[in-house]
Design a protein around this ligand. Sequence first.
Ligand SMILES: [Zn+2]
Length: 424
Amino acid sequence: MGNCAYCGFEGKLTREHIIPDWYDSANSADEGEIFVEKAPDKIVKSDPKVKDVCATCNNVVLGQLDDYGKSLYDKYFCHPVYGKERKKIQVDRRRLIRWLLKVAFNSARANKADLHVLNGYAKDIINDGLCDDVILFCSTVAPSLEDGGGWKAAHRQDASSSIPPNAFRVGVFRLPEVDFYRWSFRYVYIDSFAFYLAIPQRGVELNEERKHVIKIMTKGSEFGVRVLSGTIDTKPPRYHAANVTINHLANFPSTYGVVEDPWVVLSNKGNVDILHYAIMREDIEKEDFSGVLSFIDQQLVTREALMSSLGKVEFSVYGYESDSRDLWEIEEVRRFLAVLNGQRPYWLVFQGAEPGWTQVLLFCLCRLKKESYGFELTHKEDLKGLMNQWFSGLNEISNRLAISYELNKQLSDRFGEHVKLMRV
Ligand SMILES: [Zn+2]
């Protein structure tokens, strides 16, 4: 028993496929593959399900939506779209959006991501409601051909030797300079067809941002054409199967999909290894930032790189062990950390479970004095300023590398705990 994720009523819950099960049977085992991107280093080939849908919603309402998806699949999606080809397809736009939303919502629940946005659509999905606030784009992906000089988009005459994009993928993408908290950006790839949904949080005024989102997606040719009516007239494919896969793996975050819920990876690893970076005294004395900056930047190159260090880097300052002063009392350390903090205020992204480094930073970056009972901040605004700066840093990286809202929150909460422990 539990509450249905769609209608909200309490009842016996059934399993619902994230990827409609007709896709599986429509594709023989060695051809079609279902990918759900569970973790950055693992694209899991599986048949994932969620178990939070009541029988009525599952079998009747959502079943009908899936039937509609299947009819589009049989008619259009199962046919590869080759290089230079345009496709004109006829859809019931609102039903298509509801079906894609359903697929996205199921995947999001399995990953516990973006639910504060997507829950707002559950009722409309099952009640034939209007979802006209959802922005939908569609593009196509060609099969790939290896011609000795590497992979390229296959044309129709190459059909027999080409590899079509046979996969059903669901995932997340991000757009630059858009508040990811207010939106859920989801893609659904079905063989040659790629759909991109920009889903605004409901009940929030987003008119200006909406214009911005449409502008970016219209400009970014990878998103294809905006779906505004029942006719989708696609542009020729810009990508082919192999480079979509490569883009996935390379995690090109502002365009192609990125994987969900990195927290799973971290927790699956159990006692995660801590990455340790020591800032050396001689670097501090020489004011040489190159080492630490390049370390930080390496972690931020791709989403994958970040996922292996997110929430588990312990920084330290090394070389002052014989100095009787505390680090925060040493002027050159304070100066060094202040400059570093100005250049890369991303500590919340990296901070491990231990509060040590947060403490060093706060002590070195705030003005404080030692009292018999502990430390006192002489300028409360120092702490406030740093917190603003660090939360912005976390949000900036979250946006750039598609960190889920939930994970962002866990990192923020961790920082809150660290600060509380210090009783500053
Ligand atoms: Zn229900």
